[in-house]
Structure formats: C-alpha cells, structure tokens
Write a protein that binds this ligand. Sequence first.
Ligand code: SAM
Length: 275
Amino acid sequence: MAALDGLPPLRDVIQRHGLDARKALGQNFLLDLNLTQKVARTAGSLEGATVFEVGPGPGGLTRAILALGAAKVIAVERDARCLPALAEVADHYPGRLEVIEGDALKTDFAALAPDGPVKIIANLPYNVGTQLLINWLLPAQWPPFWQSLTLMFQKEVGQRIVAQEDDDHYGRLGVLCGWRAEARMAFDVSPQAFTPPPKVTSTVVHLTPKENPIPCAVDKLEKVTQAAFGQRRKMLRQSLKPLGGEALLIKADIDPQRRAETLSVEEFCRLANCL
Ligand code: SAM
C-alpha cells in the first residue's frame, strides 16, 4: 500500500534491505500502516512524549508513532540488518528517532528515560515479551518511569495479563499485572496481518501504572504466586507447604482449602505480607 508519510511502502523497504524474517528473532512484521497507526493510537496522545519501542524491525510501527507526533522515539533493535532501513526513517524525521542496536532484555530503559512523559509501544518478539513486561512492572521504585505500555502479544498471553480470579487464564502474570497496573485488551490482530503470519491470533494490551498499589515486597509476592500456581489444582495448604502452609494461610485469614485461582490480588498481597 502507498505510505502516507512519504516514505516507501514497507514491502519495498524489506525487499531492498533483504530483511527476510528470522524466526529465532520473533520476526513477524506489520506492513499495513493503517494497522500500525491503530496500535500507536491505543497509547493515547503522543504529542510531546518520548516513546520507547522494542524491536522496530523495518520500521512500520516506528513510522506510525512518529507520524502521530511523538517528540522522540528511542528504539532498541537486536537485528543489525534493520539499521539501514531505520536510518532512512531517522533521516525523514530529523532528530526524532534514535536507534540503539542491542538486546532489549539487557537495556536499562529507566536510565534512558528523559524527564518528560515516556510511553512504551511495541510489537514484541514473542520469545522475550513476557520477560520484558515483568521487568517493566516489577522495579523497586514505583511509580515507574513509564506512563503507559501498549504492547502486542500472542492473544493467550494477553488473556493471562488481564485475567482476574476465577478465570482460567489467571496465574502469576495476572497477579503481578493486577497488583501494579490497570490492564485491558484493546483489540485482536489476525495472523494474516503479519508477514510472515504467525500460528496464532495476537492482541494489543494497554497498561497504565496504579498510583498506589497495595504495599507488598516484590520478591515475596513472586514467591507466593510461584508456589501457589506451581500446583494450581491443589489446595493452598498443600501448594504453600514450603512457605508455611496452613499456619501462613490462617495468619493471612485465608481458608487453607481454597485453590490459587480463587485468590484475589489483594489476598495474594496479604499472604506475601505474612511471609
Ligand atoms: N516492530 C516491527 C513491526 O511491528 O513490524 C517488528 C516486530 S517483530 C514481532 C519483533 C522485532 O523485535 C524484530 O525486529 C526483532 O529483530 C526484534 N527483536 C527480537 N529480539 C529482540 C531483543 N531481545 N531485543 C531487541 N529487539 C529484538
């Protein structure tokens, strides 16, 4: 399709720079600039914001973020083959796109954050997406450096992020997200929207940080959720045995016969605080 920003269509960019998709890097590219704009718009107004993007690839989502008025995009890309294509985007938007070649898992995003508002927008590589989300959610310092996260995941991961108690998808990820953020699924994206198409449907998730999450130590919350959901079909008095079992549950005023998936985020925090 013709590009609205005066830059060449993404299909041409990919062909010219020989960017055949690599599975090991989770490369499923979005070539429809209407769709990348829809993803970027989910983050709300970008005017004056700095946007961190993980994995810009050939630059489809990056171009949408810039066209929607972000003051600056700082993008971390692991695949050096993409850098010349991204340099063309940087030339088109002078001073507004900085590309860092590197591994997002090893990037200290907080240290890169400027004083103003920061939004994170990414079509994440499926193999590192969940870990990146956890890294952004669990810093010791809260509120975090970011104002919102707008992230594309496999739909099943999106369902786990927004899940609440008594939901089949509820688990450790749902508790950690529910503790510190308001999370919602914005819209689904079919496999055919990507090149090459992945096996499953994707979904865009939008998260904003809670101003006052229930006070609770991150490491203790991780411990109880890991133990409880490690054996999710068992009663908590059994699954939490290594952490104190029945005595711990009674101290937290929780029926020892309940199962992990029935506990609210608030009850998990109570358990963590009793450890
Ligand atoms: N943003 C592009 C789009 O929407 O078309 C590409 C998205 S593709 C799903 C994921 C991108 O993340 C690829 O460009 C890949 O090279 C990059 N990537 C994979 N692992 C990475 C990592 N650990 N750190 C930074 N980028 C990574």
